[in-house]
Design a protein around this ligand. Structure first.
Ligand code: URA
Length: 184
């Protein structure tokens, strides 16, 4: 384990632990405040992220930005990363072995950032972090505490683009997050 995000990022940039390294343009490590109180974990980079090397810069990211703005969630309080650091071809769901190969990097990021809460965006984040027994429809909006970390699963913003009726739930869940970090 490394003590600085930059050190982890340097290792990730050269990573060849799974097949996704063969098709990536850029690794997408994560972005935001090293002392963030809220960490968001998505699935994996899409085409825009692969090109720019930053998470959630495409349509799904724009939706997240709108929600942050609407709810008054300060970007400076947030860190955003993904389960896998390289784009799965055709944006398919990352395979279990790809997620597992990448997970130590994410663990190291969490260890350095020490967020108050972690928001799990969609099933891929939820299942790979908390276990396959969880499902996003049943778990969203409910706090789950494990090893002293508070997790809140919610829908992936890309799911909101496919189904507008889910937007309200995403907003409600982000409101819970905001309340949580404003406590005490
Ligand atoms: N979807 C994700 O899960 N992560 C990104 O970075 C972009 C889109």
């Amino acid at each position: 384990m490394y003590e600085k995000l930059e050190e982890v990022n340097e290792i990730v940039k050269k990573c060849t632990k799974c097949g996704l390294c063969k098709t990536r343009t850029n690794t997408v490590f994560g972005t935001g405040n090293e002392n963030a109180e809220i960490m968001f974990i998505g699935e994996g980079p899409g085409a825009d992220e692969d090109r720019e090397g930053e998470p959630f810069v495409g349509k799904a990211g724009k939706l997240m930005d709108q929600a942050f703005l609407g709810l008054g969630i300060d970007r400076s309080k947030v860190y955003i990363a993904n389960i896998v650091k390289c784009r799965p071809p055709s944006n398919r769901t990352p395979l279990k072995e790809e997620a597992m190969a990448c997970l130590d990097y994410l663990r190291n990021q969490v260890m350095i950032i020490k967020p108050k809460v972690i928001v799990l965006l969609g099933n891929t984040a939820l299942k790979n972090i908390l276990g396959d027994e969880y499902g996003i429809t049943a778990s969203r909006g409910k706090w789950i505490e494990k090893k002293g970390i508070k997790y809140l699963p919610t829908f992936h913003p890309a799911a909101l683009l496919r189904d507008e009726s889910k937007k309200i739930y995403f907003w409600e869940d982000l409101k819970l997050v905001k309340q949580e970090i404003e406590k005490e």
